[in-house]
Every structure is written in C-alpha cells, then in structure tokens.
Write a protein that binds this ligand. Structure first.
Ligand code: ZN
Length: 204
C-alpha cells in the first residue's frame, strides 16, 4: 500500500519503530573522578572486585594507561586512560572512548556495552523536555542543592548553619522563580526520582 499523504508530509525526526534515545541520568555510568585515586601511578594493576559504587560490574582492572571492565557475564571491555595536563601541577586522568577515540569523564553502559555519551546517543533529561518541565527539573535540582526534597509541594529547607546567607537567599529565589513559572503548567507525571541519583551521589 502506498504511504498516506499525511504521513508522507509529516516531518518525523525519528522512525516510529526505532528505540527512543536513552537518558543520561538513568544509565549506569563509570566516572573517572571516582577512580582517579585508585589508578596506579606506575607499572602494576589494581583490581577491584564487585566495586561498591558499580553493582553492574564484577571486576575493574586499573592500570596507568587502561581500564578493563568485566561484567557479571564475564564480558570484558578495555578503555584507554590518558593523562592530560591541567597547568596546576598534576596531570589528570581521563577515559578514552573506544568507539570515537574522544576523551570522556564518564562511560555509560547500554546492554552491557560501555561508551561515551555521544556514542550511546544519550540525551540529558532536560534535553527531552519542553520549557516548563525543564524549569520544574531545574528547581528540583536546586532544592536538592539546598538540602531539601525535590518535590515542589515540600517546604524549602531552612538555611544550614555553615552556608552563606547570600548564597542561600540566591538559590531560594531561583527556586521560587522557576517554580512560579512551572506552576502554570499542570503536569501529568511526577519527575522520575532516579533522575537525581547522580546529583545526590555527586554532592557527597
Ligand atoms: Zn565515543
């Protein structure tokens, strides 16, 4: 059957049958900043079994120039590690994505294969949303920064003793401004709580 003219005219960006692009915040990731201190600075290998931060991985083998990721199915993937000058003394380690050979801070897993965010075709949650949802998400992340709960219905936390008054006020005003705009929209869905996993882990 010929394609109906409405469908032919439709400006589809993606094939309807292709999988949606994965979301960065929801993918298992290995971050070089977690591992910098674990990388041996000379010849030798450090092996980590069932690393606490990475339940999806059985072993991590770290050497000065490479990292081997072995998952629970004994599949192994090796990535290069480069040391880049920072102009403040020590060189800083960074992963090299095996697919595109570009530098990457994080490697993301999809069906057990690790690669950089671009090779995985992953998008940040904020890239997938319209303006109102993006504002709600930004407000939720700021709420976490202030030490509170991300939900708009929760009261904003009081200023922690060790925080600067001005900084606290600024963040609070930003949350109010973003939420005032987001409140004009009726959202059908809650924000997926897993989205904040990285932000919470990051602030510790
Ligand atoms: Zn890549």
């Amino acid at each position: 059957m010929a394609m109906p003219p409405q469908l032919a005219r439709a400006n589809r960006r993606h094939c309807r049958h292709s999988e949606p692009r994965p979301t960065v915040e929801l993918m298992p990731a290995i971050c070089i900043t977690d591992l910098r201190d674990a990388i041996p600075r000379n010849y030798g290998t450090n092996i980590y079994s069932s690393p606490f931060r990475y339940p999806q991985i059985r072993h991590l083998r770290l050497s000065y120039r490479s990292i081997e990721i072995v998952d629970h199915h004994d599949r192994s993937q090796v990535f290069g590690i480069q040391w880049i000058p920072t102009y403040f003394g020590k060189h800083r380690a960074i992963f090299v994505c095996s697919t595109c050979c570009c530098a990457a801070i994080r490697l993301f897993g999809r069906y057990g294969n690790y690669a950089c965010r671009f090779c995985q075709g992953a998008q940040y949650l904020s890239q997938k949303q319209n303006t109102a949802t993006r504002k709600r998400l930004a407000a939720a992340k700021l709420r976490l920064k202030l030490g509170g709960w991300p939900d708009i219905r929760e009261p904003l936390p009081r200023k922690a003793k060790w925080k600067h008054e001005k900084r606290y006020q600024r963040l609070r005003n930003q949350v109010h401004a973003l939420e005032a705009q987001a409140k004009q929209t009726r959202f059908r869905k809650e924000i997926d709580i897993r989205t904040f996993g990285y932000h919470v882990a990051d602030s510790n």
